[in-house]
Design a protein around this ligand. Structure first.
Ligand SMILES: Cc1cc2nc3c(=O)[nH]c(=O)nc-3n(C[C@H](O)[C@H](O)[C@H](O)COP(=O)(O)OP(=O)(O)OC[C@H]3O[C@@H](n4cnc5c(N)ncnc54)[C@H](O)[C@@H]3O)c2cc1C
Length: 687
């Protein structure tokens, strides 16, 4: 079984590996399947042979060099490790595994590759028609590279305001980009700065009769693919250095009456005839909107996985380090691993529950999303596909926020959990922090994005009050049909064993979601009745209301996905350890929801909060001996993890020493040593 999975080299981590209650190889097979493990191992073996991935950098490279290497790696990913569409879709989990491999390797190159070729191609395939097939061939050949242009400098998140600033007018054969009052500056697009040849531009479509048909998608030619020189009528520039992801050339763009051909409107959901009439196959504009929303969820669905990949890397480093690093012991001549301290367990082990829950959930969502996209390609639309598009939008919006915020907090905790060594560049944690940071901003700033889910959920409450059944294709909201009964329930938990039942935890999250839905809806209604405008009533119902609603809805759906997965496990040991992780995810997050359980009188006795906290501490202690093997299951190979603290052999000090000696300047005297010695003369000469 899983012959390709090698045992880890012997070393200081053995103590914990031997103490594990389950077999990590069986866990990996259960989560991914033998076939996918083969596929992943092949990908890593191939990559390892590539010299582009075999260099260890102990210091930051010059800015332009980072860019150059990222482009090399992007083309290398495309050329060597690219799944054909047929292969990708013969098993819908394969693209997920491939994504995992690419993002663990080099986030900048993976983003350039997956957006510039993958998302560019899938957007044209999903929203375009046969008149756009020539683009597909050029993307597959690597002749063109696409970026996505939505953010406008004055109104990033607020895409609705775009009609004023960013209009397309219809002119028989051409769409003319027409600036009404000033030149239009749109900005911050991935790889627009130096390398994109095309942009997928999102803009409101206005026909000559002045009717605005809403957001549509256009392919705009930006640079000559042979020379990379921008076309006349465009000003394109680079935005310079960022906090992270510096392999990517974010850029800005200005139009000066730039024309694009009519054919470059991606016209699957709406088109304009030669005489300027708008036509759409959708009678109901909401269905057109639903389908487009689904197609636009790709970035968010991917980011849910990507944030988790970064957290897995950070946690691999922090857990292996915690198992090796020794500090104060019960007596003066004995030191114990810092993983033994309950404080340390409480800091990092809940994130182990997070990476398992989010990995299982992300895998599930990715598969559903890929099937949705295939159905769009094949025009295989069921009656439910528009509803699925809307649900995917709701789930991916809150999903990106909940998982992204936890990844951010988890990576930071891992950095601090490794003390001073964690602050070294060669620990690898700083880059993870900075690269993940942007996930919470692009593809929808999280605090704005989460309101999308809240607004969607609020729409169901009037039906629930009327006693109507509500349901959705993925079933994430189905329990709301029973909201009235759920809200009448009170906690009957009095002991730890009563609390530590998966169904009890799921019931609590159901109650919380119903409670927040009812409270948020009532608050908006109350504010409106008291004279507040709908705009301010919504705004004044986010903090402690709408935001909590989307968070608990999402956590319930994540827990439900994990619970379903656990129920399919045959191996008792795997089921038991996964159940502990499920419970830890549940109670650790519940600790932050306690005020609402008391406010809504779901629980009355103070004992309940005590039990929640007791459960967290107990589960962390119970998982302590499994922690190394649990992270071994997901850990990328050492050459990919590229961290002196997280090496699978656990020889932290040996690797640290070797990194110090490897650093080119570490043993030499600085070239400017005379300036330091003669500092007085030197400072005076500058005055
Ligand atoms: C690395 C990187 C790459 C990017 N790549 C692309 C790309 O390829 N294509 C593209 O189109 N864009 C891209 N972007 C832009 C990105 O999508 C936007 O930055 C993002 O949508 C947020 O918009 P904004 O910057 O205008 O922030 P704003 O919307 O101005 O937000 C600023 C702050 O105000 C808050 N805020 C705004 N509105 C509300 C509200 N209603 N309620 C509560 N709080 C609110 C936000 O939460 C945020 O904290 C990229 C950004 C980054 C950082």
């Amino acid at each position: 079984m899983a012959n390709r999975l090698k045992n880890f080299p012997p070393g200081p981590l053995d103590q914990y590996r031997k103490a594990a209650s389950f077999d990590w190889k069986k866990m990996k097979v259960f989560l991914d399947s033998e076939d996918l493990i083969e596929f992943e191992q092949d990908a890593f073996d191939e990559i390892k042979k590539n010299r582009l991935y075999n260099e260890l950098y102990t210091e930051s490279l010059p800015f332009d060099e980072i860019r150059r290497r990222t482009v090399q790696r992007m083309y290398s990913l495309k050329d060597n490790y690219n799944l054909s569409y047929e292969a990708s879709y013969s098993d819908l989990k394969r693209p997920y595994i491939q994504l995992f491999a690419h993002f663990t390797l080099d986030p900048s190159a993976a983003i350039k590759y997956s957006i510039g070729f993958g998302m560019f191609l899938s957007t044209i395939k999903t929203l375009g028609t046969e008149r756009h097939t020539h683009y597909l061939a050029d993307i597959v050949d690597g002749k063109i590279l696409g970026c996505f242009c939505l953010t406008e400098i004055g109104h990033g998140t607020n895409t609705k305001i775009k009609p004023i600033l960013f209009e397309f007018f219809w002119n028989i054969r051409h769409l003319i980009k027409c600036n009404l009052t000033r030149e239009i500056l749109i900005f911050f697009f991935f790889f627009l700065g130096k390398t994109a040849t095309h942009g997928v531009v999102y803009a409101q479509l206005i026909t000559p009769d002045g009717v605005n048909h809403g957001l549509h998608t256009f392919v705009v030619k930006l640079r000559d693919p042979e020379t990379l020189i921008p076309y006349a009528g465009l000003t394109i520039g680079d935005m310079g250095e960022k906090i992270g992801l510096n392999g990517i050339d974010n850029g800005f763009l200005m139009f000066h009456n730039y024309r694009i051909p009519r054919a470059d409107l991606l016209n699957r959901t709406g088109d304009v005839t030669e005489d300027g009439q708008y036509i759409t196959p959708f009678k109901d504009p909401n269905k057109r909107h639903g389908t487009s929303l689904g197609a636009l969820s790709a970035g968010r669905v991917t980011i849910i996985s990507v944030g988790n990949i970064y957290l897995i890397k950070a946690l691999t480093v922090a857990i292996r380090y915690a198992a090796v690093r020794r500090q104060f012991g019960p007596n003066d001549d004995e030191e114990i691993p810092i993983l033994e301290y309950p404080v340390h367990q409480h800091r990092i082990l809940p994130y182990l529950a997070v990476v398992y829950a989010h990995r299982i959930f992300a895998n599930y969502l990715y598969e559903i999303y890929n099937q949705f996209i295939i159905d769009q390609f094949l025009n295989n639309k069921s009656a439910l596909s528009a509803d699925l598009g809307v649900e995917l939008h709701g789930v991916s919006s809150a999903g990106k926020c909940v998982t992204g915020w936890l990844a951010r907090d988890g990576i930071q905790e891992c950095r601090e959990a490794c003390g001073g060594h964690g602050y070294l560049k060669v620990a690898g944690l700083g880059d993870l922090k900075n690269d993940h940071d942007a996930n919470n901003t692009y593809e929808g700033e999280n605090h704005v994005l989460i309101q999308q889910t809240t607004n969607w959920l609020l729409k169901f409450w009037p039906s629930v009050v009327k006693g109507e059944r509500v349901s959705s294709p993925m079933g994430s909201i189905n329990f709301l049909s029973n909201a009235k009964q759920i809200l009448n329930q009170k906690s009957t938990v009095n002991t730890l064993p009563q609390l530590l039942q998966p169904t009890v935890i799921l019931d609590i999250y159901k109650w919380l979601t119903c409670y927040h839905l009812k409270s948020t809806f009532s608050r908006i209604e109350h504010l409106e009745k008291n004279g507040k405008s709908p705009f301010w009533s919504r705004n004044d119902s986010q903090v402690f209301y709408g935001k909590q609603l989307s968070i608990t809805y999402m956590q319930h759906f994540i827990l439900q996905a994990v619970y379903n997965k656990i129920n399919s496990a045959q191996d008792r040991q795997i089921r038991e350890v996964l159940t502990k992780l499920f419970l830890l995810y549940g109670v650790w997050n519940l600790d932050k929801h306690l005020p609402y359980l008391y406010r809504g009188e779901y629980v009355i006795s103070g004992k309940f909060s005590e039990l929640v906290q007791e459960a967290i501490v107990k589960l962390c202690a119970d998982l302590k001996n499994d922690a190394v093997s649990l992270i071994d299951t997901f850990a990328p190979p050492d050459f990919v993890l590229n961290s002196v603290l997280g090496h699978s052999d656990g020889h932290v000090y040996r690797h640290l020493q070797s990194a110090f000696f490897h650093s080119p300047e570490s043993l030499s005297r600085p070239k400017w040593w005379k300036e330091a010695v003669n500092w007085k003369d030197n400072i005076k000469s500058k005055l």
